[in-house]
Ligand binder design. Structure first.
Ligand code: ZN
Length: 344
């Protein structure tokens, strides 16, 4: 069958929107009609080539979405036609089929990984799908593929935040806002949002931040000390992917504190920290998708949304259609967007 897709042919070039042919789902694969997809920093890094040369070009792209199962390949047990599903890059239960091949109208092979979402129909590996209730709206469901599991997962799984503790969140994009929203939903009483963009700081207050710091105009470390009676926060979560933010996150926690690095630097870039802080007891850790177990965590977040506890809709600040995807990407790069949804 034919589908419309956004394809990355060359690094640092706009995505090409074109019709491509997709095969029938093979063993362990599922054909999904995609209704909504999020765009995240990872795709921008892929397009910009920030992780180095890309040996899979040309390829499809996108790793969080929501849609409806059309057909399943052999041995697929987890989903059936008609199921509403979240598409996530995070591996869960089910067969893991790492790639498939599409073709454009000139007969050129287009590579695809286990998941792609910037297209109307896609072949998805069974283990990247999680069934959600039919009443869950697709735009909000798309956020359960990456932003929420990563952001909320940091709070729930990586640090298992207890509401008495203080936390700072650096970078109020999709992941940072998701972390903030979840911290607020469990009643955390000290949530400090740090960003360079005033609009995003206002937004952070709107979704539950208790204090904000503009790191462009204020000294972040001394402001955090001030807010925490000179102690520093118990946790800092860095989601901006900026070297200075990573260093400030570590410097601004207390001596029992933990800094979590969720952002990505450019390939080869390094951070510097004071090792004596480690001796004093500070910790610094990374996170892989918020240590999410998609098959238990995603249904939990869906349930929290449906009961009104997790206000996912607030994270969606922009909506686009597939033809506008390059404009959406430019806007995200300008730092104006919390989460943009592509409505297919
Ligand atoms: Zn992502």
């Amino acid at each position: 069958m034919k589908t419309k897709a956004a394809v990355l042919y060359e690094q640092n070039q706009p995505l090409v929107i074109e019709e491509i042919t997709i095969p029938e789902p093979m063993e362990g694969q599922v054909l999904v009609k995609i209704i909504a997809s999020g765009i995240c920093r990872t795709q921008i890094n892929e397009i910009k080539g920030e992780k180095g040369p890309d040996k899979f070009l040309p390829h499809t792209i996108g790793h969080e979405g929501a849609g409806i199962v059309q057909r399943v390949g052999r041995k697929v047990k987890k989903v059936k036609a008609g199921d509403h599903v979240v598409l996530t890059w995070i591996k869960g239960i089910g067969l893991d089929i790492s790639s498939s091949k599409y073709e454009n109208n000139k007969g050129v092979a287009i590579n695809s990984g286990a998941i792609s979402t910037f297209m109307e129909y896609a072949i998805i590996s069974e283990n990247r799908l999680v069934v959600i209730p039919d009443e869950m709206p697709f735009n909000e469901a798309a956020l359960l593929g990456c932003a929420i599991p990563t952001g909320a997962g940091i709070i729930k799984n990586s640090i298992n935040l207890n509401k008495e503790k203080s936390i700072s969140i650096f970078g109020i994009g999709g992941i940072g806002a998701s972390a903030l929203l979840y911290a607020s939903s469990i009643g955390c009483s000290k949530i400090i949002a740090v960003d360079v963009n005033e609009k995003k700081l206002k937004f952070a207050m709107d979704i539950g931040a208790t204090q904000t710091i503009n790191s462009k105009t204020e000294n972040v470390i001394s402001r955090i000390k001030e807010i925490t009676d000179n102690n520093g926060t118990d946790y800092a979560v860095e989601c901006s992917g900026k070297k200075e933010a990573m260093e400030a996150a570590f410097a601004s926690i207390n001596n029992k504190g933990t800094a979590v690095i969720a952002g990505n630097l450019k390939y080869g870039e390094k951070i510097s920290i004071n090792p004596f802080d480690l001796i004093l007891g500070k910790k610094i850790i990374g996170t892989w998708g918020g240590e999410t177990k998609p098959d238990t965590d995603i249904p939990l977040y869906a349930k929290m949304f449906l009961s009104g506890r997790l206000k996912l809709g607030k994270l969606i600040t922009h909506k686009f259609n597939l033809e506008e995807i390059n404009e959406a990407i430019n806007l995200i790069e300008k730092g104006e967007v919390v989460r943009a949804i592509i409505e297919l």
